[in-house]
Design a protein around this ligand. Structure first.
Ligand code: GLU
Length: 291
């Protein structure tokens, strides 16, 4: 049996809160039970939102919680070549295309579709991309790229899903409706997702899949909010010929009003709790991992 490898992969775009503490502690507990290795990955491809002081705070908060990880931390911003190589592979397979609309142009297209009888939303409530750019000619795409127009690189979802065939994943946690065991992947519910942009040859979905493979991650333990994204991840793994990890989606820690915690809420940030006198043992108890 190969050594199991788990990871915690926060984005340095705010301070860690109780939800992150739960995820990191659960990852560490499971790693110990499995006798595995535990990695930390900094998901910082979004330069507009990620800041070095948040990254420094992540290390500090995790140390305080008593989490230990292997010395080599993978920072996604240092690995754009790896994501570009994956994009090139998908492009060669004819499965990605550039779209040139701005956010407001996409909103207007969706509005028109909505008025024509309704347009589907993804599991996060965001309207699917209406697909107009899929029909642009090769010459038009080249003309606009050469003109320097901004663009998003999108996965041609129907073609990609048809290429990959029916996909599943093994879930040892639970989905939002209690799913577990062998789960059918349904990436189509996300439409033509963005996998890269003119200035950044990656997106969350692409980077997470490439990194999990390059780091040899065998068990992905993360929040239930990413449960349905796993369909996209399984699709990309299949198209790129990458190994399939096992998945464990865990409960989300909610606030007193039953809402998902946000990095913008001070009250549940780990540094705020620490400043208020909480200990790492208290945090364990607060997230339901107390012993
Ligand atoms: N970076 C993601 C987040 O902070 C987690 C990615 C993952 O675990 O797959 O929500």
């Amino acid at each position: 049996m190969h050594t199991r490898i788990l990871r915690f992969a926060p984005s340095p775009n705010g301070h860690l809160h109780l939800g992150h503490a739960y995820s990191a502690l659960l990852n560490q507990d499971m790693t110990r039970e499995l006798g595995g290795r535990f990695l930390l990955r900094i998901e910082d491809i979004d330069a507009a939102r990620c800041r070095p002081e948040y990254e420094a705070a992540i290390y500090e908060d995790l140390h305080w919680l008593g989490i230990t990880w292997e010395a080599e931390v993978r920072r996604q911003s240092g690995h754009f070549d790896d994501y570009q190589a994956a994009l090139n592979k998908l492009e060669t397979a004819g499965l990605i295309y550039p779209s040139f609309e701005s956010r407001s142009e996409i909103a207007a297209l969706v509005d028109t579709r909505d008025r024509q009888g309704g347009w589907p939303r993804d599991p996060d409530g965001v309207p699917l991309y209406p697909g107009n750019a899929r029909k642009l000619s090769w010459a038009e795409r080249e003309r606009r790229r050469r003109a320097g127009d901004p663009f998003a690189l999108r996965l041609a979802m129907d073609a990609a899903s048809a290429r990959a065939g029916a996909l599943t994943w093994t879930e040892s946690g639970t989905g939002p409706q209690g799913q577990s065991g062998l789960v059918a992947a349904a990436p189509q519910m996300w439409g033509d997702v963005v996998l890269g942009r003119k200035d950044v040859p990656s997106s969350y979905h692409l980077a997470v899949v490439v990194d999990d493979a390059l780091q040899g991650v065998t068990d992905v333990v993360r929040g239930q909010d990413l449960f349905w994204s796993t369909g996209i991840h399984r699709l990309l793994q299949t198209l790129l010929g990458l190994p399939e990890p096992a998945y464990h989606h865990h409960k989300l820690i909610l606030d007193a009003g039953g809402r998902k915690l946000s990095k913008a809420t001070q009250a549940t940030s780990l540094r705020e709790l620490r400043a208020g006198g909480a200990t790492a043992v208290d945090i364990r108890r607060m997230v339901g991992l107390g012993r």
